[in-house]
Design a protein around this ligand. Structure first.
Ligand code: NDP
Ligand code: 2IT
Length: 448
């Protein structure tokens, strides 16, 4: 991925200077710029309208103190973030990440990518992201509630059903969304669909829990079929064992693939007989324990410390569903050497630029995160629709709509990659298709 266009090179340099010390944000911008060259060369009008300068600068960034008290009465202070990146095509929309690694740089990279992803969903949603460096691991329910309430005591001023609608991400699931939604409702004294991923008995959508993982497999299935193959009989690696990973494993298995490995930040399990997903759900969704516990269910499975080793297992398809930059150039080369033919991303930006170069130069099918994992936010969009209409659709209705959206996202990526002379480069296709819709809207709305 090399940028040659002088305007893009200069803007990238200015963006680097303005955002010094933010490597993941610059990584995300560089990847998008590298694929936009053919668009920029055709569309001087977008350059003249200052669209590129504006699209890399968040509309608003909010940073705040989050004090909370643990069960022993000890007080703690975390830092909260909400980056409202782009509202050209709809209210800001994107998840909240709770993980010790969270800082402004991480939230900006996620918010930037969310803008393009949400554009691809075909639904009217702008891009945003939030989070905190709070570590939910080992905390009691009461401590989680105290933190979530304190987080919303500030956040509530900045969000709203037609303004900014947060949802889950790493460390934020239905439990956390419940506490945040409850606190928002209390402070505002109104019941509106201001968060998505809510519980099913208070406005949540059926199939939202499954949506990112299922959507990843729907997208990947389209990509496989367009290239004359399928999931059937394939050996699959799924990294992570959280919300995205569990439902990616479930859908890939239902398509006839065999998932042989999953992981968490401590290590990975390898089960040559195929992962027993009921055991993983019990360990992760019910008990909130480590993936290592899988050996208590299947003594013949293997557990290895360290999460990177998962990529040394021979496979046909790799579905990274944990975190950013989890596949580096070295791991990508090992995947290729061991016969991997497909990488499709459930996590956000899980592949380093070196890894992506390795996929593309070796002819792998590569499903980029912005397109492949858009099913989660798309279904959040469907939850917003149901809340506004004051009704709820069945699981089948939501799942069918999700499936249709993932098909149309693949089609948009495929068509854009072909139109701009990079057929089969779905990363380029996703970036171009996602960008054009937002860029046209920004130009039409004037220099705001
Ligand atoms: P969860 O918190 O449910 O699960 C995260 C999983 O990834 C856990 O197994 C976790 O292990 C592992 N993980 C997290 N950080 C690291 C790390 N630094 N190194 C190794 N493993 C790590 O989150 P989700 O499943 O919701 O999110 C997973 C990815 O998917 C993220 O990149 C997220 O941004 C992306 N995503 C999520 C969507 C959603 O709807 N939830 C939608 C689209 C993308 P451990 O428990 O040890 O921390
Ligand atoms: O990265 C993502 O798309 C998400 N974490 C889901 C966001 C959402 O609003 O559902």
């Amino acid at each position: 991925m090399e940028i040659k266009n002088a305007y893009l090179l200069d803007l990238l340099k200015r963006t680097e200077q303005r955002n010094a010390g933010e490597p993941e944000f610059i990584q995300a911008v560089t990847e998008v710029f590298a694929t936009l060259e053919p668009v920029i060369e055709k569309r001087q009008d977008l350059v003249d309208a200052g669209v590129l300068e504006r699209i890399v600068e968040p509309e608003r960034q909010i940073i705040f103190r989050v004090p909370w008290v643990d069960d022993k009465g000890v007080s703690h202070v975390n830092r909260g973030f909400r980056v409202q990146f782009n509202s050209a095509i709809g209210p800001y929309k994107g998840g909240i990440r709770l993980h010790p690694s969270v800082n402004l740089n991480i939230i900006k990279f996620l918010g930037f990518e969310q803008t393009f992803k949400n554009s691809l969903t075909t639904l009217p949603m702008g891009g945003g992201k939030g989070g905190s460096d709070f570590d939910p691991k080992g905390k009691s329910d009461n401590e989680i509630m105290n933190f979530c309430q304190s987080f919303v005591n500030e956040l509530y001023r900045h969000i709203g059903a037609d303004l900014d609608v947060p949802a889950g991400d790493i460390g934020t699931g239905a439990r956390e969304i419940g506490y945040m939604f409850g606190q928002y409702k209390r402070l505002r004294n109104e019941w509106v669909g201001v968060f998505t991923g809510k519980g099913l008995n208070y406005g949540g959508s059926l199939a939202r829990k499954q949506a990112t993982g299922y959507g990843l497999c729907y997208f990947t299935n389209e990509m496989l079929q367009a290239n004359g193959t399928s999931f059937h009989g394939k050996t699959v690696l799924v990294s992570g064992s959280g919300n995205v990973a569990i439902y990616a494993c479930e859908k890939a298995t239902s398509y006839g693939a065999k998932v042989v490995a999953m992981s968490d930040s401590n290590g990975y399990i390898y089960d040559k007989n195929g992962i027993d997903l009921d055991a993983v759900k019990q360990i992760k969704e019910v008990e909130r324990k480590r993936i290592k516990e899988y050996l208590n269910y299947h003594k013949d499975a293997e557990y290895h410390e360290g999460c990177k080793g998962i990529w040394t297992i021979p496979c046909d398809i790799a579905l990274p569903c944990a975190t950013q930059n989890e596949i580096d150039g070295e791991s990508a080369k090992i995947l290729v050497k061991n016969g991997c033919k497909v990488v499709s991303e459930g996590a956000n930006m899980p592949s380093t630029p070196e890894a992506i170069d390795t996929y593309l130069s070796n002819g792998l099918l590569y499903g980029p995160a912005k397109a492949a994992n858009a099913g989660g936010v798309a279904t959040s969009g469907l939850e917003m629709t149901q809340n506004s209409m004051r009704l709820s659709w069945t699981f089948e209705e939501v799942d069918e709509k999700l499936h249709g959206i993932m098909k149309s996202i693949f089609k948009a990526c495929d068509e854009a990659s072909t139109e701009y002379g990079m057929k089969g480069n779905y990363m380029a296709g996703a970036n171009i298709a996602g960008f054009l819709k937002v860029a046209e809207a920004m130009k039409a709305q004037g220099n705001v």
